[in-house]
Design a protein around this ligand. Structure first.
Ligand code: SAM
Length: 361
């Protein structure tokens, strides 16, 4: 966790915020390990005497979520996982743990997202039919739709996974950028790219067969970037803190997509800008159908279509504080599963701005 990001962005306690106790700044109370202005291990405290929640910084990644104990229990395997094993031993563990184990599901997700985010820099990837980099193309197409200047940030990349979109955002927006996600393993990889400009990951060939890939990747702008564990549904920032944000393919992953859009409207400064993409790939595990934007009730006015409902949420009185600037109805995005399978999506890409002070939410 870079001190500059912590001090300039001034995160507040998400537990107090979601509990209606107001915005209480966090304090860096304990530093166990540091490298220059980078806190590698430490503890943040909520400054509210009624709360005093502790938030750990582990492997340079602060964990700033409302229920820290629950998070640590859910992600303990990720937090304590080792990444120093040889490729041979890693594959042996994978065979022994088997499909659907925490080990296998983590490396599978990393294989898919590391491939799309960073595979274009892999010398061994050159000849494959699936062209990596879809998330970067999608984000840049969205940023190109914006009519207002992108400004000096700060900027937030929500659901950043292994970080490519965070670096792309930093390439287009001045000032500080934070990539945030709930998945600790993905952020650990993103942070490795940040500090070392290289990536090592297990790329799934088929079934439980994975090939280790290790290659250099560009990390321009690294000094302005940091990666934090935060829950998009409980952002630990005061209102109007950011000038720009991106949320690529996250809207259909959260329990309350409308509340997420409203949080974006709050977190952005008036006139701040954002890029959102979503394939509306709803699942009951992530979002109860009553929270879906479209995708149900085909007898209604929009006949179950999602796009008109999202547009309505991005109009004055839509309740989100966001305005639609421009959109692309179908932008290609894909997630590689293995050598013989890639899931292709068509995302709805929208560029938005936050309503001005004098405009209705
Ligand atoms: C479908 S993936 C998209 C990843 C990346 N943005 C991309 O387009 O390649 C959704 C990402 O959002 C993250 N995510 C899901 N729910 C979240 C939440 N409530 N807060 C923060 N991140 C979340 C997941 O861990 C995952 O990395």
């Amino acid at each position: 966790m870079r001190l500059r990001h912590f001090e300039e962005l001034g995160p507040v306690c998400p537990r107090c915020r979601t509990g209606g106790l107001g915005d209480h700044p966090l304090l860096l109370a304990v530093v166990e390990r540091r490298s220059g202005d980078d806190i590698i291990e430490g503890i943040l405290h909520c400054t509210n005497a009624q709360c005093m929640q502790e938030f750990p910084v582990i492997d340079g990644i602060p964990i700033i979520v409302p229920d820290v104990a629950q998070y640590i229990n859910d992600f303990l395997w990720h937090i304590t996982a080792r990444d120093d094993l040889s490729a041979a031993l890693e594959t042996l563990l994978g065979d022994a743990a088997g499909p659907s184990s925490a080990f296998d599901s983590t490396r599978f997700h990393i294989s898919s997202y590391a491939h799309d985010h960073w595979g274009e820099f892999d010398p061994e990837e050159a000849s494959t039919a699936i062209k990596p980099g879809a998330v970067a193309r999608c984000l840049n197409a969205g940023l190109d739709l914006l009519t207002a200047p992108l400004g000096d940030g700060p900027a937030l990349d929500i659901g950043c996974s292994v970080g490519r979109s965070t670096f792309e955002l930093a390439g287009r927006v001045g000032g500080l950028v934070v990539g945030m996600d709930l998945n600790f393993s993905m952020l650990r990889l993103a942070r490795h790219i940040l500090t070392d400009g290289e990536i090592t990951y297990a790329r799934r060939r088929i079934g439980l067969v994975y090939d280790r890939r290790a290659f250099d990747v560009p990390n321009a702008g690294a000094e302005r970037i940091d990666f934090w564990v935060c829950n998009a549904m409980a952002l630990p920032f005061p209102a109007h803190r950011f000038g720009a944000l991106s949320a690529m393919n996250v809207l259909d992953c959260v329990p309350d997509p409308r509340a997420l859009l409203a949080a974006f409207g709050t977190i952005l400064r008036p006139g701040g800008v954002g890029v959102l993409a979503t394939p509306y790939d709803w699942s009951n595990q992530a979002t109860h159908p009553t929270g879906w934007i479209g995708g149900h009730s085909q007898r209604g006015i929009s006949r179950g279509a999602a796009e008109p409902q999202l547009r309505a949420l991005l109009r004055p009185q839509g309740g989100t504080g966001l305005r639609l600037v421009a959109e692309v109805a179908d932008f290609p995005w894909h997630v590689r599963m293995h050598d013989r399978s890639t899931v292709s999506y068509s995302t709805h890409l929208v560029a938005v701005r936050a309503a001005g002070d004098d405009e209705p939410a």
